[in-house]
Design a protein around this ligand. Structure first.
Ligand SMILES: Nc1ncnc2c1ncn2[C@@H]1O[C@H](COP(=O)(O)OP(=O)(O)OP(=O)(O)O)[C@@H](O)[C@H]1O
Ligand SMILES: [Mg+2]
Length: 262
């Protein structure tokens, strides 16, 4: 049964079997974009032993406990949930720092089910590691929606399709594509590229995020979209947030320019 629907919390996986395509970056910034729209969002880092969402969100100094501490009953659940200092609608649970504190399907599922049953969040965003392995398989068991991230390359789009097939086999019914790091000489060229990608995949396109070096610098400093100078990046995440909340928004709404890849 999809417990998320009955209790009003939507659980969304951010995933791709390809590494480095921007899963964590998109997950963290979209969480802030949705939080800015007044919805309560809990981010869970599922990259066990290789966590980085704490760095991207700028919360690494505040992490004391992680999801394994909740799963193995070492602390009350609330103590591992951090609240963002910039936006009170954004919450975060870190992944274990070391590989020793590995989670299993049962433990992960029971933590997410407990979080959903508190009815405290509108969304739970789960950032998964690259690869079609054990972590993705057990993360798939808690969600009926996945946002599959791909760069605009044939290899990444193929990886997105394979990820989608895998998730479908695990019962994740709603699968959407986000094209990240879209570059090009002009927005018109970017639109052409997006159309050719739509033609080459069976996945429905939810949104695009332009390539922008500011996002790399921001990720290193723990700065999220609301504090960035780039209008295009802020706008891109807000467009996807709007679509996540069911509003109709053009894919490139307000995007003024694309950058050429350096
Ligand atoms: N739209 C973008 N424009 C420019 N750089 C980006 C963009 N999105 C992500 N990046 C950069 O790409 C790199 C990989 O991003 P990220 O860590 O989010 O990917 P990932 O898919 O989560 O990787 P992993 O598979 O290791 O978990 C980072 O340096 C990040 O700053
Ligand atoms: Mg990642």
């Amino acid at each position: 049964m999809d417990i998320s629907n009955s209790l009003g919390t939507q659980v969304i996986l951010f995933t791709s079997c390809k590494g480095g395509v921007g899963k964590s970056t998109v997950c963290a910034n979209l969480a802030m974009a949705v939080a800015r729209r007044g919805r309560r969002v809990l981010l869970i880092d599922c990259d066990f032993g290789n966590r980085c969402l704490d760095l991207i969100t700028g919360m690494s100094d505040d992490v004391i406990y992680d999801i394994s501490d909740i799963a193995f009953g070492r602390i009350p659940m609330e103590r591992a949930i951090l609240r963002d200092k910039r936006n009170a609608n954004l919450f975060f649970i870190a992944a274990p720092y070391s590989f020793e504190n590995r989670m299993n399907t049962f433990a992960f599922k029971s933590v997410v089910n407990r979080l959903v049953s508190t009815a405290s969040y509108d969304f739970i965003f789960v950032d998964t590691p690259g690869g079609i392995g054990e972590p993705l398989a057990f993360a798939a068991g808690v969600a009926d929606t996945a946002y599959i991230i791909a760069e605009p390359t044939r290899a990444a789009i193929r990886a997105a399709d394979r990820t989608s097939e895998f998730l479908m086999s695990k019962g994740v019914r709603r699968r959407r594509l986000i094209i990240n790091k879209l570059s090009g000489r002009s927005v018109e060229k970017g639109k052409d590229e997006a159309i050719s990608i739509i033609d080459s995949t069976s996945l429905r396109l939810l949104g695009i995020v332009p390539y922008d070096p500011e996002l790399i610098a921001a990720g290193n400093k723990g700065i999220l979209m609301d504090e960035m100078l780039s209008f295009n990046i802020t706008r891109a995440f807000d467009n996807i947030a709007a679509r996540t909340l069911g509003e109709s928004r053009k894919l490139f709404d307000g995007i003024r320019k694309l950058r050429k890849l350096k």
